[in-house]
Design a protein around this ligand. Sequence first.
Ligand SMILES: *[C@@H]1O[C@H](CO)[C@@H](O)[C@H](O)[C@H]1NC(C)=O
Ligand SMILES: *[C@@H]1O[C@H](CO)[C@@H](O)[C@H](O)[C@H]1NC(C)=O
Length: 158
Amino acid sequence: MNKKYFIILLVFFFIIHIKETYGCHASGGGCENRSNYKCGAQVTYANLQPNSILNITVKSPDYLDGRGASAIGHFSMHVDNNGGGYYFFKKPIWINGCHCSSCENIPLSYNSQWQFDLPTPPKGTGFDIWIAIYWSCLVGTRSVPCNSENVHYRGYVN
Ligand SMILES: *[C@@H]1O[C@H](CO)[C@@H](O)[C@H](O)[C@H]1NC(C)=O
Ligand SMILES: *[C@@H]1O[C@H](CO)[C@@H](O)[C@H](O)[C@H]1NC(C)=O
């Protein structure tokens, strides 16, 4: 075999390997009130802090074998009184240390802070958040199946 061709092939398989190791993502399968899990994922806390920071806590509905809140995605917000909207990200990201090869013994809740590209409105201003919460993810290499729920949260700046 041609040496150059062999090296190209090697690089190709190396890239595939990298993609399988690091390129996997949570894939939402919805949720239903059947057997050992049920819907009920929540945003348990959210506030727009000064300096345009959203502080948010999400929670998965149950604690099945320690498979708690595992990923978040489709994450956006809108501020009342023409305060504008902001799209944080669409593609789900892993949280609580959950990843392609292991999502065990992780907590129900996850707190995080996110910068948004709008001024923080005055106290008392209403805002809406839309976020997909994923839990009970199985192990996988590319598309990891999880239970998921699209959650809407209505809050007021305090
Ligand atoms: C599932 O059950 C919970 C608790 O009984 C209920 O609050 C929730 O609305 C149900 N979800 C669906 C999709 O039926
Ligand atoms: C986020 O909010 C929680 C709940 O109020 C609070 O305990 C925590 O200190 C806040 N985090 C930051 C970085 O402000």
